[in-house]
Design a protein around this ligand. Sequence first.
Ligand SMILES: [Zn+2]
Length: 347
Amino acid sequence: MSLSENLEKLSNAYGVTGREDEVRNLLIKLMKPYVDEVVVDKLENVIGIKKGKKSSPKVMLAAHMDEIGLMVKTITKEGFLQFVKMGGIDDRILLAQKVLVCTKKGALHGIIGSKPPHIQKEEERKKIVNYDELFIDIGAGSREDAEAKGVKIGDPVVFDVKYAKISDDVVIGKAFDDRVGCAIMLEILKILQQTDCTVYAVGTVQEEVGLRGATTSAFGIDPDVGIALDVTVAGDVPGVKEFESNMKMGKGPALTVADAGLITHPKILRLLLDVAEENKIAYQLETGLPGTTDAARISLTRQGVPSGTVSVATRYIHSPTGMLSLKDAENAAKLVAAAIQKIQKQF
Ligand SMILES: [Zn+2]
């Protein structure tokens, strides 16, 4: 299956942080043909193991399975669902979104509502509506009705957005952060027929709330090298200054030099740069981003693990719909696969 086909499946799957089951099951199915063994650990990270030569370096790839979303906090007696945010979401993008409430009985359609503008006072119209003033309307008549439909406190809520290809290279969809990382990881496994290294392809849980799955899985694996596959902010839209973000969609995979949690190990950065030059893969160098990735935790595992991050510059991340270039994702996979082939014992 192509990267685009895998991304479509992964993007459309539901996996709000802490509730990654559907994505995990899909990822297990998709990675099985390319690995020798699949393990699910105690926090439910999924680890695909591709065995290399004995005593060769262990390479850990990490792509997080979770996505930002919401969680039902209270059900009003009129049947509206109030919620909390799971992961970093800008309140301004919530209003009027279509969502799916994932209940035990299945997904329920809903709309995020607020007081209609017609009856808002002048000052009310000017201010940002905070998430705690919003509610999800599932068309229920009462709390009992909502409960009868299957809603429970703690149910995850995802944005109701479907994957679409809008040009030969550009796609839009939900949860590209970080299902594109998962799709790149599958592509790497596909490219790597044989390798001296043992590769641990990890779909991590709970990245969006503090890189939790990466912390425990890296401890368990004890890798020699760590590479996170993730997205980064594409700044090539009106209103963003070059200094704020110089990453551009379609200009090649982004190699992190430093972010808020990681300074890419010089050996890893050198390796990625050399491989990019040798294989004539265009890339972008990024530094100074306030966020971080799973690589931050992998790098601090036990006595430390040389780590780096390869990202896809994605527009509108942490909003319901993102946009990215498939070529960037494909080239990220080529780059990391080629780098794995070059990793020698010194790591
Ligand atoms: Zn991410």
